[in-house]
Design a protein around this ligand. Structure first.
Ligand code: P6P
Length: 335
């Protein structure tokens, strides 16, 4: 007998039933993200055909060259979330400033979305998987007033939901609202994200480590010693330069992903608010760990500006613990 299909919409509504105070706003917001992801998926899958490849030429707020698909993804998510009125503001890697969304039918939107609309976009032209990363906060200020910076620069511990969409050999949406992690694979034949991975748990350890080995000589001593240790253990190096893809593998098969500080990126390259925090919430909810290379818990780091950077070591708990021991042993700070 065929297993019952549980769509993302059904799952979201069923999950909401567990929360008496739920008004349905968060559910509608999550469904809006699902809709935007399907539209982005359609374009990502035909990027090579409709000449939306190629570098737009402009630089985004983080100084990266912008791909046209980045802009498309950014605009689609903003458009979808503007229609339902559940989101009061958006922080995006593609926008220097906070995007304030107009009220819809007088609704007082309770939520703020932080996102990297298309992470790993430098891979688009070579047909390597890319992803959307998102986090959702409940605004702190009164919903009848203007959005304030404090609504957007909350720590990761205040996230009410986080997720990512990986546009790969199949398209999968993985998210958590703080009660476990579930994965939904897009079935193009019915245009629905269908529950494919229930209550995901990361293995305690794995055979993969993921780091840009090209920067090895630019890493601090403690990171080089830990990377040497991974190599001594004959772990497999897998790094495709797309954070969502690299961490997705580790979530499923175990391992550790590292983006340490280098001379070029003294505070790390990845963004705390809309890359590190959402991925850290997901991995922690799946039983993993996420810390900086300075051993701070990612989710607890105070956020002072919306494009703040952080170093990160994220993945299987036993492997993050072992990396921590190397930092404690070899770090100049502890010397
Ligand atoms: P590097 C993609 O540009 C990204 O933001 C992440 O998806 C990825 O993990 C990282 O940067 C790759 O950076 O310096 O190794 O090319």
């Amino acid at each position: 007998m065929n297993k019952k299909i549980v769509t993302l919409d059904e799952f979201i509504i069923k999950s909401q039933k567990g929360h008496d105070d739920a008004t349905g706003s968060l559910s509608r917001l999550l469904r809006d993200i699902g809709i935007a992801s399907k539209i982005i998926n359609r374009e990502v899958n035909k990027a090579g055909l409709v000449n939306i490849l190629g570098v737009e030429g402009s630089e985004n707020s983080t100084g990266d060259m912008v791909q046209k698909l980045d802009i498309f993804a950014n605009e689609k998510i903003i458009e979808c979330l503007s229609m339902s009125g559940e989101c009061a503001a958006i922080v995006s890697e593609e926008n220097e400033d906070i995007i304030k969304l107009p009220s819809v039918n007088g609704k007082k939107a309770q939520y703020v979305l932080v996102m990297d609309p298309l992470d790993g976009s430098s891979n688009i032209d070579v047909n390597v998987s890319v992803g959307t990363i998102f986090g959702i906060y409940k605004r702190k200020s009164d919903a009848s007033g203007e959005i304030e910076l404090e609504d957007c620069i909350q720590t990761g511990l205040d996230l009410v939901a986080s997720g990512y969409v990986l546009y790969g050999t199949s398209t999968i949406l993985v998210y958590t609202t703080g009660s476990g992690v579930n994965g939904f694979t897009l079935d193009p034949s019915i245009g629905e994200f269908c529950l494919s991975h229930s209550d995901m748990k990361i293995p305690a350890a794995g055979n993969y480590y993921s780091v840009n080995q090209g920067y090895y000589l630019k890493f601090d001593l403690e990171m080089r010693r830990y990377i040497d240790h991974c190599s001594d253990l004959n772990l497999r190096l897998r790094y495709i330069g797309s954070m969502v893809s690299d961490i997705h593998r580790i979530l499923f098969q175990g391992g550790i992903f590292l983006y340490p500080n280098t001379r070029k990126y003294p505070h790390g390259k990845l963004r705390l608010l809309y890359e590190c925090n959402p991925m850290a919430m997901i991995v922690e909810q799946a039983g993993g760990k996420a810390i900086t290379c300075g051993l701070e818990r990612i989710l607890a780091i105070p956020v002072t500006n919306i494009h703040q950077k952080a170093t990160i070591a994220i993945g299987s708990p036993d492997m993050v613990d072992e990396m921590q021991k190397f930092v404690e042993r070899y770090s100049a700070v502890n010397a």
